[in-house]
Design a protein around this ligand. Structure first.
Ligand SMILES: O=c1ccn([C@@H]2O[C@H](COP(=O)(O)OP(=O)(O)O)[C@@H](O)[C@H]2O)c(=O)[nH]1
Ligand SMILES: O=C(O)[C@@H](COP(=O)(O)O)O[C@H]1O[C@H](CO)[C@@H](O)[C@H](O)[C@H]1O
Length: 327
């Protein structure tokens, strides 16, 4: 690890318990805080997450101003369960409809900027098990304590728990096999970020709205690289949130996710003028499944789209109630 990365890690890494809720409430001042959950078919888990945030950080301590679930074309009862738990629910395609329909987690997160009013925005996946509101307070701590921090990533132990299959440290497969090697090869300044793809992170709206959002699963890598490019490594902090258990996708699905991560990395290398002219990479990914007489080849398109900085979108300002407060 580069000396400047080791120094950054010492200075910018804390733990959730370093940020007790009552101290944050005092530090909040006039800043508004939104918590956003992107949710596609998460009826089994979204309610408990929303309820924990509402109970601990809205009702017991007035820290969070709104909990917004972005319903990302769910086919189950995600929206109803989230609303019953106390969240404001917005349909991804109903936000800024004039901007057309794109797909993926990044699209849901980009649209959330136009559906929220917070000066600080916390993103939490909706498929977490064993979620505690300390995830939210941990992520808010550095933002409320230090105006020079613009973006905070959560980090945690990531077991692979799938039915009766359990492997401590086995989670974060795309992180360990794709994202971390790519970051160390091409962006070693970010090699100290423990969970670059983690789905729990927070940022200042004033920063997030001036960055593009990759629409698929490249959103976390795209934002991390773009925040560092825009504001420098020292604008990033990370908080140890303990342990994260979530619903796992299949290896095949993570193969497609990996393709999106690689395409996102490629786009940033090209944008940073670091690509020898190779020509645009193909976006068709062929994977194989065993069938009785051999293997069935299945080709999917892992192309990712990209949304422009929300600040450039006509109608953005009117899409949300402008709120007073510091960014
Ligand atoms: O098109 C999508 C894909 C995912 N998600 C949500 O984004 C989070 C992370 O997605 P997922 O669990 O599929 O990724 P993983 O954690 O398995 O990498 C979850 O809350 C999903 O419901 C979403 O809102 N829209
Ligand atoms: O970190 C990872 O390797 C992937 C897959 O995690 P698992 O191997 O299923 O624990 O999960 C993350 O990656 C996605 C792409 O950035 C994020 O959107 C998810 O929130 C995050 O869980």
């Amino acid at each position: 690890m580069l000396p400047e990365v080791a120094s950054w890690s010492r200075r910018r890494t804390s733990r959730a318990e370093d940020w007790p809720p009552h101290s944050l409430s005092a530090a909040k001042g006039a800043a508004r805080i939104s918590v956003v959950l992107p949710a596609r078919d998460e009826e089994a888990t979204v309610g408990a997450i929303v309820a924990a945030i509402r109970t601990d950080l809205v009702e017991r301590i007035p820290l969070v101003d709104e909990i917004v679930v972005v319903d990302s074309r769910s086919r189950d009862r995600t929206a109803a369960v989230a609303a019953a738990a106390g969240a404001k629910v917005v349909a991804q395609d109903a936000v800024l409809p004039g901007q057309g329909r794109m797909s993926g987690k990044g699209e849901a997160l980009w649209k959330s900027l136009a559906a929220t009013t917070g000066d600080l925005i916390v993103f939490v996946d909706a498929d977490l098990r064993g979620f505690t509101s300390s995830y939210v307070t941990g992520l808010l701590g550095p933002l409320l304590a230090d105006p020079s921090v613009g973006y905070v990533k959560g980090c945690y132990d990531r077991p692979l728990i799938d039915g009766d299959r359990r492997a401590e440290g086995g989670g974060g497969r795309v992180t360990e096999l794709v994202a971390r090697p790519l970051i160390n090869l091409h962006w070693p300044l970010l090699a100290g970020v423990v969970q670059p793809l983690g789905g729990e992170y927070a940022g200042r709206r004033a920063l997030l709205e001036r960055l593009p959002f990759v629409t698929g699963y490249g959103v976390e890598l795209g934002l991390l690289l773009d925040v560092c490019q825009d504001s420098g490594l020292d604008a990033i902090a990370q908080v140890d949130l303990g342990r994260r258990v979530h619903s796992h996708q299949s290896t095949e699905a993570l193969g497609a996710m990996s393709g999106q991560i690689m395409l996102t990395a490629w786009s940033r290398l090209e944008r940073q003028g670091r690509m020898i002219p190779l020509g645009a990479p193909a976006t068709a990914l062929t994977q194989f499944r065993r069938v009785p007489d051999g293997h069935d080849a299945r080709t999917s398109d892992v192309a990712v789209g990209e949304r422009p900085p929300m600040i450039e979108v006509p109608g953005y300002a009117s899409a949300r109630t402008l709120s007073p407060g510091r960014g």
